[in-house]
Ligand binder design. Structure first.
Ligand code: ZN
Length: 685
């Protein structure tokens, strides 16, 4: 289980590529734009066409799509499967993780997600390169913030630490960012055990090198470079800090109101946003159930929202200091042409015993027309001393996590758990959408070999559906996310890892399939209530997150952590095969009424032909006919044959071009170095 940080090292440097790529650029563009590559021609369109190459690992494919979702949530950059556009990104499994900087305008542009690159932060990082960003420590002003220890760098790797002049690279008027997902870690390319990058402010030594998510400045830079003003999937966030309560309104169809408060005697004592740590702030909305009659109700409605994707996840924190008979209902009010005044649809009833803490709730919506989210509190029959409170609402057009593991009193666990198996805790059992039962373990103080880290592992366990399921479990992707509980979803930097079940993977210790039935390959385990079950072997990482990072951000809030879990069929099983139906090219390059279609990911012109004439050439630009060529007696059958032949040749030529281009690319690429930790097999089962 002991893992080594392995750095992938490449022979070619950013430097060579910059020389190669920028001379022409500086000649063509006199204006200095904006640690982003200068030059408009390096920009991508806001929706980037991509291809996921078959060489990619299954897990990587799923994580790439999750990385795209982060772009859609936090930036105006979107991605779409390539349909013949001139320039596109082909993501493939190369040697390590790397990308060119910016749009190289070369048609197929490669981006490598190699072995052990299949984590979301790494993929976000690579795509930031492709979008035009260098590493943060390449900024021209970096010597003001970090010291490069040249004598500790591996021989021949100095070029990874060069900086770019401000005529080549623009910092977009954003301060140097130690928290950037584009910053190297202190150990990048070290030749021994001493750091190669030392931050001038010592507190940032353990900050640099994060690969969790975009930092605030990463987003600011990207959004400036691409003139972003909105994102595809973000809808609304509200922490009720402002008196306008984000445009939410009190309905008139009720007999009570939600109140904006910072404290309630029966609880909560503080809001969730600031946990009472900020003077003159820290508000939440409260429905008092200690007064009024049974059935009295208060309705709070969001402003009108406009969906783009047709599915939403509503997240909020809920505090119940009332009675267990009190209810919170979540509705949507949908406006359609048939119902211009809106109709209410009940989404979820939230009930439960009063508790003395804030609890995170997720509610999935599937709204396709303009709508409001409606929170309705209803007083129950029991005697209440408090009421219902909500805070830190986020609404986005994203998928909700399938399961939530809420771990309370986390500081106590950190202070008392030993490193290694004795300090390991297990989640409750969950079911995947397919019906597989699974569980997650957390080593609170790390494994024996990697203390001061969170370690996390995923296991299949015996479940109710095992007789009906296929074994070994094939291509199910489990995703474990430690939630950054920042009130605004756009500023969360959660930490996430995914694992995909490979049905052919064998156990290290036996000839069994790793993901076979837990009652066949697992060992006996016991739930806290004494029920015995079987737990299969687990896969995960001993370095899920360092304790320094765990104590940063809002991972621990109100002394709780939340681990969000999703287990779903791998993308490749749900994705339709690309080539089944002809795909038409968006920009038709074909002349003479030729039809452009995508064949094996290459755009090809299908040229028209008549009884004694036909068009040929890559763009159907040349005409052939029996009048010109008297030797051939052309029948319609032969004409069709010729056209088909041309198509075949065109395809072959294009494919050849594609592959020869690929070869050139690998010789002149801007290369990436990422310290990576492979997921490891858990030997503790
Ligand atoms: Zn990089």
């Amino acid at each position: 289980l002991d893992l080594e940080w392995s750095s992938k090292v490449f022979e070619l440097s950013d430097f060579l590529y910059v020389l190669h790529g920028l001379v022409g650029d500086m000649l063509c563009f006199s204006t200095i734009e904006r640690n982003s590559i200068i030059g408009d021609n390096y920009r991508w369109p806001h929706t980037i066409p991509y291809v996921l190459d078959d060489s990619l690992e299954m897990n990587a494919k799923g994580v790439i799509l999750k990385a795209f979702e982060q772009y859609r949530l936090k930036t105006c950059i979107d991605f779409k499967p390539w349909e013949g556009e001139k320039n596109y990104i082909s993501v493939f499994k190369g040697s390590g993780c790397w990308s060119s900087v910016g749009n190289r305008q070369e048609g197929l542009q490669q981006l490598s997600i190699g072995a052990n690159c299949d984590r979301i932060g790494t993929i976000q990082h690579e795509f930031l390169h492709a979008l035009g960003f260098w590493h943060e420590q390449s900024r021209f002003d970096r010597d003001d913030y970090v010291s490069i220890m040249w004598d500790r760098i591996q021989p021949g790797k100095n070029h990874n630490f060069i900086k770019y002049d401000d005529t080549i690279s623009d910092s977009l008027n954003v301060p140097y960012d130690y928290t950037s997902v584009m910053h190297y870690s202190q150990n990048a390319f070290r030749n021994g055990t001493e750091p190669t990058i030392v931050t001038n402010i010592p507190d940032f030594m353990d900050v640099i090198g994060q690969r969790m998510d975009f930092s605030d400045y990463d987003l600011q830079k990207l959004n400036r470079l691409y003139n972003c003003s909105s994102s595809l999937s973000f809808m609304d966030t509200c922490s009720f800090e402002l008196e306008n309560i984000c445009g939410m309104i009190q309905s008139s169809d009720d007999n009570s109101d939600w109140q904006r408060l910072s404290q309630v005697p029966a609880g909560p004592n503080t809001d969730h946003t600031n946990m009472g740590e900020c003077k003159d702030s820290g508000y939440f909305m409260h429905f008092n159930t200690s007064a009024g009659a049974e059935g009295s109700t208060a309705i709070l409605e969001s402003r009108i929202l406009y969906p783009k994707r047709g599915f939403q996840c509503l997240q909020f924190y809920f505090y119940n200091s009332g009675h267990e008979s009190d209810r919170l209902y979540v509705w949507v009010r949908e406006y359609t042409s048939a119902h211009p005044n809106g109709t209410l649809r009940l989404i979820e009833e939230i009930k439960g015993s009063p508790a003395s803490y804030w609890q995170l709730h997720h509610v999935s919506l599937n709204v396709t027309s303009k709508f409001r989210v409606v929170f309705q509190g209803v007083r129950g029959s029991g005697l209440s001393k408090g009421g219902l409170s909500i805070d830190d609402i986020n609404l986005s057009e994203t998928q909700c996590p399938h399961h939530v593991w809420h771990i309370r009193n986390f500081t106590h666990l950190l202070n008392t758990s030993p490193a290694g198996t004795a300090g390991r805790i297990y989640s409750p059992p969950f079911y995947s959408s397919k019906g597989y039962a699974f569980q997650v373990s957390l080593f609170v103080n790390g494994t024996a070999n990697n203390p001061f880290n969170l370690a996390m592992y995923l296991y299949l366990i015996s479940g109710a559906n095992d007789d009906q399921l296929q074994w070994p479990c094939a291509w199910q992707q489990g995703t474990m996310t430690l939630l950054d509980q920042h009130p605004d979803i756009r500023q969360r930097m959660s930490n996430q890892r995914s694992i995909t079940t490979d049905p052919l993977k064998l156990s290290d210790s036996s000839s069994n399939y790793f993901w076979d039935r837990p009652d066949k390959v697992g060992s006996v385990a016991t739930f806290p209530n004494g029920t015995r079950f079987m737990r299969g072997p687990g896969i995960g990482t001993s370095t899920f997150l360092t304790h320094q990072r765990l104590r940063s951000r809002n991972f621990i809030k109100e002394d709780s952590v939340y681990i969000l879990l999703t287990m779903e069929a791998s993308v490749t099983l749900t994705e339709k095969p690309e080539m089944e139906v002809p795909n038409y090219c968006p920009d038709n390059p074909c002349e003479n009424d030729g039809v452009c279609i995508i064949v094996d990911r290459v755009s090809v012109c299908r040229c028209p032909a008549g009884d004694n004439w036909w068009y040929m050439g890559e763009k159907c630009e040349r005409r052939g006919s029996t009048h010109e060529n008297t030797v051939i007696v052309v029948s319609s059958t032969i004409a069709v044959f010729v056209v088909m032949l041309i198509v075949t040749i065109t395809t072959a030529v294009c494919l050849k071009k594609k592959y020869s281009q690929r070869k050139e690319n690998t010789e002149s690429l801007t290369l990436e170095v990422v310290s990576i930790l492979p997921l490891s097999t858990n030997i503790y089962t």
